[in-house]
Design a protein around this ligand. Structure first.
Ligand code: SUG
Length: 435
């Protein structure tokens, strides 16, 4: 049956804030301590999902994770009642409190790496939750991500779930944000590009080569169809903390910046050898410099195949506002090439934490039976988006400072929003605090 890519976006949680927690992420650092607007963030994300559905794509979502994570505070010695744990942490370690409150699971491109059944030796869809070991606030996502994926893709005859890689930073794994798949079409066997880093002069690399190799083994991929490429240190030091900040693959197209890889020529040769059908569309540094690529998030676009077979770019407004990147997009979409359209979206709340359109989604390529076996609670239609919009409008604040996390009353508010979500979706006692 027809293979379709389903995007699972992170439904942005009520605690979205700017705490400046992320290493190597210039936007997160720049906006540290500023006021966020969680309600606008959630609505922006939902508007993007609705627009992709209008383009004829199937759209899913992953629910927000439980925040604050009281179990983590307790494990770190802040015990007593829930309120007491929050108050003690606020006093003794406010930045730790921000970590257990982070809404970072919204960036589901980092939730896991996924291999379609077409490519796995056992003919099943494989998921490896990312350990996100490079940042504490993200490392606590892995167990809940694994639980969410098992909840949504429960059929063991079709789906295989691998736990996050062991060993912390030794096998640092940031999920699909450093992985791309090329194939002549969605229904054909693909070639997997795994991009890893070596520490730069300014920032440490988050994705380790050994982690990518382990994921490829877990997913039972054909080694001849896997290519390992080192991200360039200049890109890392310019703020490309994940490779999806400088490139995106879809179908036969690889859309990327000239300075993505440490050894550009060798990388392109390796890609062409494994995927002779590949169409590499590259922005020369003379036309788009790395600073513009990173600040505009040109390459953190979603490159999607529409029902008529043409491809479209789903870009952040920031790319349109930058003359160099907008012009590059106009050139890339105006000819007879595979990419025919560009759609710009306001996802500024996420962008201010370094998360563009592509960060907000996990791609899962599924055939018809696999789609049928997917928990339909997490597949959207217009009516469900209406419900989620009304829910966010009712339960989310429109202004939140990192300091607001110190008030235990905000914990009750955040849990209240998640509790209401589980009721709306009939998810039962999904979260730990509900048990
Ligand atoms: O891991 N930002 C995230 C952004 C992730 C973007 N994802 C992809 N490129 N696929 C990160 O750096 C900021 C949180 C804060 O500072 O409060 C943060 O975690």
């Amino acid at each position: 049956m027809t293979h379709l890519e389903v995007n699972f976006d992170g439904l942005i949680g009520p605690t979205h804030n700017y705490a400046g927690l992320a290493i190597g992420n210039l936007a997160s650092d720049r906006n540290k301590g500023e006021a966020s607007n969680p309600r606008a963030a959630a609505l922006q994300g939902l508007a993007k999902m609705r627009a992709l559905m209008k383009l004829g794509l199937t759209q899913g979502f992953l629910p927000p994770q439980e925040r604050p994570r009281l179990d983590i505070l307790q494990a770190l010695g802040f015990d007593g009642s829930d309120r007491a744990a929050i108050e003690q942490a606020a006093e003794a370690a406010p930045s730790l409190l921000a970590n257990v409150y982070s809404a970072s699971c919204m960036w589901t491109a980092n939730a896991a790496t996924v291999a379609p059944s077409l490519d796995a030796a056992d003919g099943k869809v494989h998921f490896t939750s990312a350990n996100l070991a490079a940042n504490f606030h993200r490392s606590i996502e892995a167990t809940e991500t694994a639980r969410a994926l098992r909840h949504i893709f429960a059929d063991e005859d079709k789906f295989v779930h691998h736990a996050a890689l062991p060993g912390g930073a030794h096998f640092g794994d940031e999920g699909a944000a450093n992985h791309g798949r090329l194939a002549p079409s969605h229904g054909e066997k693909g070639v997997h590009l795994f991009v890893y880093g070596e520490d730069g002069g300014r920032f440490p690399a988050r994705q380790k080569r050994a982690a990518s190799e382990a994921v490829a083994r877990n997913h039972r991929l054909d080694p001849d169809h896997c290519v390992y490429l080192q991200q360039s240190k200049v890109a890392l030091d310019a703020g490309a903390f994940h490779n999806d900040v400088v490139g995106v693959a879809n179908g036969s197209v690889l859309f990327l910046h000239e300075q993505s890889f440490e050894d550009r020529d060798a990388a392109h040769a390796a890609i062409r050898a494994a995927a002779p059908f590949a169409d590499i569309i590259e922005a020369p540094a003379s036309q788009v410099n790395l600073a513009d690529a990173v600040s505009s998030y040109l390459f953190n676009s979603q490159l999607v195949t529409l029902p008529d077979g043409a491809m479209a770019l789903i870009l952040p407004r920031e790319t349109e506002e930058n003359d160099a990147t907008r012009t590059f997009v106009e050139d890339a979409t105006s000819g007879n090439g595979p990419i025919r359209a560009a759609h710009y979206f306001d996802v500024r709340e996420s962008m201010r934490n370094g998360g563009g359109p592509a960060c907000l989604r996990l791609r899962v390529l599924l055939d018809g039976d696999e789609r049928g076996a997917t928990n339909q609670n997490f597949i959207l239609d217009d009516a469900k988006i209406d419900v989620l919009e009304a829910w966010a409008a009712k339960h989310y604040r429109d202004r939140l400072f990192p300091d607001d996390l110190r008030d235990p009353a905000f914990m009750d508010e955040a849990y209240g929003a998640l509790d209401a979500l589980t009721q709306l979706l009939g998810m039962g006692a999904y979260y730990e605090f509900q048990r």
